[in-house]
Design a protein around this ligand. Sequence first.
Ligand code: NI
Ligand code: MN
Length: 225
Amino acid sequence: MKITFYGHASLGIQIDDINILVDPFITGNEKASHIDINRLKADYIMVTHAHQDHILDVEAIAKRTGAVIISNFEIVTHFNNLGLEGHPMNHGGQWDFEFGNVKYVNAIHTSSFPDGTYGGQPGGFIIESEHKNIYIAGDTALTFDMKLIPLQTKLDLAILPIGDNFTMGINDAILASDFVECDKILGCHFDTFGYIEIDHEVAKRKFFEKDKDLMLLEIGESIEL
Ligand code: NI
Ligand code: MN
């Protein structure tokens, strides 16, 4: 499993020859101007919630690639109405896709579309594949619901928002990694705009002091699991 950071909460996940994009927000992110969305491969696009900083490039990429959009029922219906293909889910549900099993889990946040219409409830995803299990928290506060995850899944990586103000900050993300019982963390949702700028060294040190590894990737950088 190869995971590429495309800035903000945008990720590419490659599992065998299947390419998954998560929350593509690239053309709206000045810091990601070197990423060309017309070159990104996508068989699936997973969307955690309807906010602009998570869906901006979904339509363009799905139109070009024919990617199947995996999200909550309301978001998938929205994109179905634009002529795009999707697989609707809702909290607590899981499904076997060709690349692995996906569960849509709780997140504490909001989920309106940019025009203010209802975007369902926000969520996160657990992906189990290739004997690797990852948690994509989406935008969320720290929540006790995270403690449900390790009852069923031994995680290899937790992808957590750490930018504070709109989501968990560093201290709550450290507690979240305790709740999900995973000490390997990929940080996201930081530095994109003023409210969520963080000090990278302080963030890494705080995780390190709790025997945890916080990875902060450059935009376009990848890790192998
Ligand atoms: Ni959001
Ligand atoms: Mn967001």
